[in-house]
Ligand binder design. Sequence first.
Ligand SMILES: O=C(O)CCC(=O)C(=O)O
Ligand SMILES: [Fe+2]
Length: 339
Amino acid sequence: MQIETLKLPESVRQGFIDYSFPLVDDPKYDPYKPENFAQIRYALERKMWQLLKNVPENEKQEADAIISAIEKQRSANGDPAFIIDHFPIDENIPATPIEKEKSTGINGKGIVSELALMAIHSLLDREPYIIEGLRGSLPVNQIVPVKGEEGNKASSMGSKENFAPHTDGSPDNNPPEYLSLVALRNEEHASTNLGSVEDLLKKFSADEIETMKKPIFSFNTGSAFASYKEINNLPMLTFNENGKPLIRINLAGSRTDSSTGEGKDIIAKLTELTDPDKHQDFVEKIVLQKGQALFFDNKRCFHSRDAFERNYDQANSRWLQRIVSNYRPDLRAGEFPSR
Ligand SMILES: O=C(O)CCC(=O)C(=O)O
Ligand SMILES: [Fe+2]
């Protein structure tokens, strides 16, 4: 898979920060209050677009590359991932939160990187949403290595162990379609690994692919969720309207299981092929640097994170922020939000 890295023009980065800061700096304004959430997303999306369309001549090429990547990503047909470099992030990054729930940004209300993630998802025609019960039920999740969770292989709170390959929301009725991660800090150089399902399927026979399409798989949550959830009798492989393969998987422990032997064999083969330590050529190792944001189709890719040693000083520990989103429903066409 090709993962393009595109630079956000400086005038867009700075313009977005200048626009957002008065907003988040107002202690009375909570962007994540439900009635504000939709409104602010719309305002941020418009601002980002306006900035991209009005760059000075010397930044036109950079801006056009971003606009073209955004347009390609709107239909789930082209490359399933891209990286935006020079992403708007807070100038003074606060200490990495100890707790998984809340960022300690401006007034505890979130910081500019969170708002920029929302703006880009909206431009991609996706609506960020809140995963109820996960990490304080906030739209932006703080991905930090949590003390006491070092050995957790099934959660982004872990560190010392590889975080197993997965798609987000595997036990959900409607797993997120799109996902992004922005790095505020990654001094530990922990790698996020991304592979495309299209490339992965080349390693499977036609019979094995048929097995993946059978409703013989079950998926359950791990410890990150407030309450246990499972979903049964589903295929792990489906296809979108462009014929692109979509997967639902979580290879940590028994978070994906099957009622049949052939299903179990598939899970074993997937575990083997996607092992983060095996460095397969179809898996990209991405060490997100401060100010880089990775955007990808959650179902057209699987992702994992390599083991790393958390900074002893928690204040400087790795800190990513994540948003998930689904296609924006077309209300006029009678579509209703799936969540
Ligand atoms: O920490 C990482 O690089 C990946 C985290 C992850 O899988 C997630 O937040 O969904
Ligand atoms: Fe994930």
